[in-house]
Design a protein around this ligand. Structure first.
Ligand SMILES: [Zn+2]
Ligand SMILES: [Zn+2]
Length: 559
C-alpha cells in the first residue's frame, strides 16, 4: 500500500486524468464522468483510502461507477494511475505543466500559447494580468483562465448542501458530539459560501478537533483555541467548529449565524453579546430574542436591514415558503435545450402539487440552445391547447423565453407573442454593452406590451462571471410603470435577481416570479434555492407572482 493519501489528493489525480483525456479523442461522457467523480470525492467525509482498504463498495456513492471505482482503488494502491502516468509521459512539456492546474481546459490554453507565442503557465499568468488574453480572446476566456489559475476558496450554496450533510454525519457519528448545528452564511442561505460553521455540544472538544483532522482522510487544522477550531477542507472552503454548552446554545447560534451587520443592530438592543454570556443562560435563540422583547428573526432576514426594529414592533414579514408556490413560470422542454417532453414536465409539475407550469423554450435566435422557429412555436401553441384538453389537475401555459435582441426588440413577431399566455424575456448575447446601452436595451424591450417577466436580470453566473452592468433602479421603475415583472432564477449558479435587487423591486411594489429555469423534471426541485433568496429579500407570498392561482395571474399579465 502506498503512503497515506487524502481524498483531495485522490480527487486531483482523477481531475488531471480528465484534463489530459480531454486533449485526446476521448468520449466526452467519460471525461465528464471523471470530472464529476473528482467533485464527489472531495465531499466524501470518510477516508477513501480506508474505504478501499476495508474493501468497501465505492459504487454506492452517486457518480462513482465500476470504472471509476477501479481507478480509485489503483490510486490508493499505487499512489497514481497507470493511464495518467502514460498520458503525462507522452504529453508535451507544455501540456505536462498545464496538468498541474486541473481546472484549466488544455485545448483552450494551447490556443492561447499558439497565438501569443508563449509556452508556460507563468507566461500565461502574465498575459492574463496584462489584459492580453482578454483583448485577444474575450472576457469569457480570460475568466476561464483566471478561475483555473486561482485556488477556489468559495462554493455555491447548493454544493454546500451535500457538504453540510457529510460534516454533520461525521460530527455526530465519528466525533460523537451530542448536538451539531450549522450556522454562518450557510444557515442564512447566502448564495456563495466561503466557510462552513457548526456549533457543537460535547464534553471533549479537544478530541473532536483531533478526530476532525481525519475528515476526508486528512484535513489540516488551521487554527484552534479552547472554544473553536478552523480547518482547511479539500473543497477549498474552511470549516469552523465552535464549542457551545447547552445553556448557551441559543446565544452561540445567534453569534455564529451572523451576519455582522445583524449582530451590530442586535447588540444596540441587547448590549454587548459577549457580556450577556456571563449573565444568563440562553438554551435557544428564542430565549435570547424574547428576553429583549423581540420576535424570532428568521436566519435569512439577519442582514442588518430593518429586521431588529421590526422584530421589536412585532412587524416582521411572514416569509414566502416552498409550500406557497402554485406553479412554475420558467421551464424548458426538448423543443429547445431541455431534456424532458412537455407532457413529462407537466406530469412532474402536477406531482409537486402545482396548478400550472409554463413552458418557456428558447426563441429562434438562440441557436446554441436550439431556439424554436416561428413555425414551430405556432405548432407548439396548438399542441399545448390540445394537451390541456386532456390533462387533469395541471395546466400548461403557453410561453417562451424570448431573447431581447441587441436593439431591445423581441425575438418573435408581435402576432405570435400575442398568442402566448405570457413571456419571459431574457438577454443571452452582447453582455459587453456598456451600462447605459444595456439598460436602454431592457427599457426598450419592456415597452413591447407582450413583455411580461424579465428573466435572470443581470446574467451573472456565480463564481464564473459577474452580471452585466445595469441601472437596476431605472429598470425597476420602468417595470412598475409598464406592468412588467422580475424573476428570481433559482438555478444555483444564477440566483438572479440577487437578494439586494429583489429587495429593491419589492420596495417599488413590483411582483417577482420565483422560477427554476428547469431544463429537466428533476430541476423543479431547485425552487428551494430561489425561495432562500426571496426570503433574504424579505418577500412574502403576496409579493410573488407564482403564489397566485392562474386566474389571478392571468389578469395581472394583461397590459
Ligand atoms: Zn435564459
Ligand atoms: Zn431559461
Amino acid at each position: 500500500m502506498h503512503g497515506s493519501l487524502s481524498n483531495a489528493e485522490i480527487a486531483d489525480r482523477l481531475a488531471s486524468l480528465a484534463q489530459l483525456l480531454s486533449t485526446q479523442k476521448e468520449n466526452p461522457y467519460k471525461i465528464k464522468a471523471y470530472q464529476r467523480a473528482a467533485v464527489k470525492v472531495r465531499t466524501i467525509s470518510e477516508s477513501i483510502e480506508e474505504l478501499v482498504r476495508d474493501e468497501s463498495d465505492l459504487t454506492e456513492y452517486a457518480g462513482i461507477g465500476e470504472a471509476i471505482s477501479a481507478a480509485i482503488r489503483e490510486i490508493v494502491r499505487t499512489g497514481t494511475l497507470g493511464k495518467l502516468e502514460k498520458l503525462r509521459s507522452e504529453a508535451t512539456p507544455e501540456l505536462a505543466s498545464i496538468s498541474a492546474y486541473p481546472r484549466l481546459d488544455p485545448k483552450r490554453v494551447l490556443r492561447i500559447y499558439n497565438k501569443l507565442k508563449i509556452a508556460s503557465v507563468e507566461a500565461l499568468r502574465e498575459e492574463l494580468e496584462s489584459g492580453a488574453i482578454e483583448k485577444a480572446f474575450g472576457l469569457r476566456m480570460a475568466q476561464h483562465i483566471r478561475q483555473g489559475l486561482t485556488e477556489n476558496h468559495a462554493m455555491l450554496l447548493y454544493r454546500a448542501d451535500d457538504l453540510r450533510l457529510a460534516i454533520e454525519d461525521f460530527l455526530l457519528g465519528k466525533c460523537r458530539v451530542r448536538r451539531a448545528e450549522v450556522a454562518g452564511d450557510y444557515r442564512r442561505r447566502v448564495e456563495v459560501i466561503e466557510e462552513m460553521v457548526f456549533i457543537v455540544e460535547t464534553d471533549e472538544f479537544p478530541s473532536v478537533i483531533a478526530t476532525l483532522q481525519r475528515y476526508g482522510g486528512r484535513t489540516p487544522l488551521v487554527h484552534a483555541s479552547k472554544e473553536s477550531a478552523r480547518f482547511a477542507l479539500s473543497s477549498g472552503i474552511q470549516l469552523v467548529v465552535h464549542f457551545a454548552s447547552r445553556a448557551l446554545s441559543g446565544h452561540s447560534l445567534i453569534a455564529c449565524t451572523g451576519s455582522q451587520a445583524h449582530l451590530k443592530k442586535l447588540s444596540a438592543v441587547t448590549g454587548s453579546l459577549k457580556a450577556l454570556k456571563e449573565q444568563a443562560s440562553f438554551p435557544t435563540e428564542n430565549d435570547l430574542y424574547r428576553r429583549f422583547g423581540l420576535d424570532f428573526i428568521e436566519p435569512e432576514l439577519r442582514e442588518g436591514h430593518d429586521e431588529v426594529q421590526r422584530a421589536a414592533q412585532g412587524a416582521l414579514p411572514s416569509l414566502v415558503a416552498v409550500s406557497d408556490i402554485r406553479g412554475e413560470l420558467h421551464a424548458h422542454s426538448i423543443s429547445s435545450d431541455g431534456s424532458n417532453s412537455i407532457e413529462q414536465m407537466a406530469a412532474a409539475a402536477r406531482e409537486r402539487g402545482y396548478e400550472y407550469t409554463g413552458i418557456t423554450d428558447h426563441s429562434q435566435s438562440l441557436k446554441i440552445a436550439r431556439g424554436v422557429s416561428v413555425d414551430d412555436l405556432w405548432k407548439q401553441i396548438r399542441f399545448i391547447d390540445r394537451l390541456n384538453e386532456r390533462l387533469n389537475g395541471i395546466r400548461v401555459l403557453k410561453s417562451a423565453e424570448v431573447d431581447i435582441l441587441a436593439d431591445g426588440s423581441l425575438d418573435y413577431p408581435d402576432e405570435l407573442l400575442r398568442e402566448l399566455d405570457y413571456t419571459v424575456c431574457s438577454i443571452h448575447s452582447r453582455f459587453a454593452l456598456d451600462k447605459g446601452k444595456q439598460t436602454d436595451r431592457i427599457l426598450r424591450a419592456m415597452d413591447n406590451r407582450h413583455f411580461k417577466i424579465l428573466g435572470h436580470a443581470t446574467g451573472r453566473l456565480l463564481l464564473k462571471r459577474p452580471g452585466y452592468e445595469l441601472n437596476i433602479e431605472r429598470i425597476i421603475a420602468h417595470a412598475k410603470q409598464n406592468g412588467c415583472f422580475f424573476e428570481i432564477n433559482s438555478s444555483p449558479d444564477r440566483l438572479d435577481l440577487s437578494a439586494e435587487n429583489a429587495r429593491l423591486a419589492r420596495s417599488a411594489g413590483v411582483k417577482i416570479a420565483i422560477s427554476t429555469d428547469a431544463h429537466s423534471t428533476r430541476e423543479f426541485g431547485l425552487i428551494r434555492y430561489g425561495i432562500g433568496q426571496a426570503r433574504r429579500a424579505a418577500l412574502e407570498s403576496s409579493d410573488v407572482l407564482n403564489c397566485l392561482p392562474w386566474e389571478k395571474l392571468r389578469s395581472l399579465f394583461k397590459r
